[in-house]
Design a protein around this ligand. Structure first.
Ligand code: NDP
Ligand code: TDO
Length: 303
């Protein structure tokens, strides 16, 4: 087997190049000269269009494709079914068929929202998917198409992503903390927060091993270490952010999720067990608390 370090940089095309995971993933990849990162935004590569995908693959001839493009608005998905399925299901099918035809491995991101949340002890990769809403169902069907059309794939299911940009719970909490004296947070929804940069680290570590000959195709779970609740996560955010700025919020209230009047029920517990990733690739979970500190540092440096 050839040592991967002796080869030309691994060309990695990233769909959804403006998204939060793509941003941090590309940044990390650019810091490592084993990789050549090619992020493409929706106008450069539209996953809904076969022609657009074919054009990009012909033009860049990547060694790997990472699909981060998605429709991620969990409540809006209930009303925007067509858009949601066209990205999360049909877009994945299009990529699977086109990458499959050229035998380009496809790394795809999926979600904890595949599960109904009744296993408080956590989910393994083979557990039955039973989504509670349209978003989860669209991602479930995208996964199915990928398995059907392209054997050389990795599906990486992740959860509760936060980063210094984009639309995420951390940034929304900070906004509220600057404008409201009181914040309510669900203490009956448990899961594992994961930084976008950490997802990027894991994907690049997987690719290095695939490139070295590991034929470990299939579905894996990854999330930050330490199971928590939305309430506990919010508490950690407020405590850490309070060291950087005077926040308006003085009271954080634990509430049941139903009191928040959210349209789609979230899984009560969506802990992803990550043992398979550890035993196959030797990749360990990082604590989300240290990732949170790093992201807050970034946020306040940007300000
Ligand atoms: N965010 C989270 O908490 C979680 C995310 N995931 C999954 O991780 C992946 C990355 O998520 P995240 O980075 O948060 O997503 P973002 O919503 O930040 O990024 C998604 C990107 O997809 C782009 N996009 C929209 N339409 C198209 C299209 N037709 N063709 C190509 N690109 C398009 C968007 O572009 P534009 O902005 O121009 O519309 C956006 O930049 C997704 O698969 C998501 O489902 C899984 C679990 C948790
Ligand atoms: C509005 C609000 C929500 N919550 C809780 C309820 C609910 O469990 C959760 C909803 O927050 P979000 O909308 O950020 O989370 P949600 O849309 O469920 O976020 C998800 O994004 C998709 C793409 C995923 O795949 C998931 O892993 C997850 O991160 O937050 C509060 O605790 N307080 C509040 O004020």
């Amino acid at each position: 087997m050839t040592e991967w370090t002796t080869l030309l940089p691994i060309k990695i095309l990233v769909t959804g190049g403006n998204g939060q995971v793509a941003h941090d993933l590309v940044l990390l990849g650019k810091q490592d000269n084993h990789f050549k990162m090619i992020p493409l935004n929706a106008s450069e590569l539209d996953v809904r269009s076969v022609v657009s995908i074919q054009h990009a693959l012909d033009l860049y001839m990547p060694d790997y494709v990472i699909n981060t493009a998605a429709f991620n608005k969990v409540d809006a998905a209930e009303h925007e079914l067509e858009r949601c399925f066209s990205l999360n299901r049909d877009g994945v099918r299009n990529l699977a068929i086109e990458c499959g035809a050229l035998s380009i491995p496809l790394i795809h991101l999926s979600t904890d929202h595949l599960f109904d949340g009744h296993y408080a002890s956590g989910y393994v990769e083979d557990d039955d998917a039973s989504p509670l809403g349209v978003f989860g169902e669209s991602k479930r069907q995208g996964e199915e198409f990928l398995r059907q059309y392209h054997p050389k794939h990795i599906i990486l299911r992740v959860s509760w992503i936060f980063s210094a940009r984009g639309d995420n719970y951390l940034l929304r909490t900070l906004e509220k903390a600057r404008s409201s004296t009181e914040i309510e947070a669900a203490d009956d929804r448990q899961g594992c927060p994961t930084s976008a940069a950490d997802v990027g680290r894991v994907i690049l570590a997987i690719i290095k091993q695939l490139h070295n000959g590991a034929e470990a195709w299939g579905t894996y779970h990854y999330c930050g270490a330490e199971v928590t609740t939305r309430y506990r996560f919010t508490e950690a955010v407020l405590a850490a952010a309070g060291q950087y700025e005077a926040l308006k919020t003085t009271s954080l209230l634990p509430v049941p999720s139903r009191a928040l009047h959210i349209e789609v029920e979230r899984p009560a517990s969506s802990v992803l067990k990550c043992k398979k990733l550890l035993s196959t690739f030797g990749i360990r979970q990082r604590p989300w608390r240290s990732e949170l500190m790093a992201v807050l540092r970034q946020i306040y440096q940007q300000k």
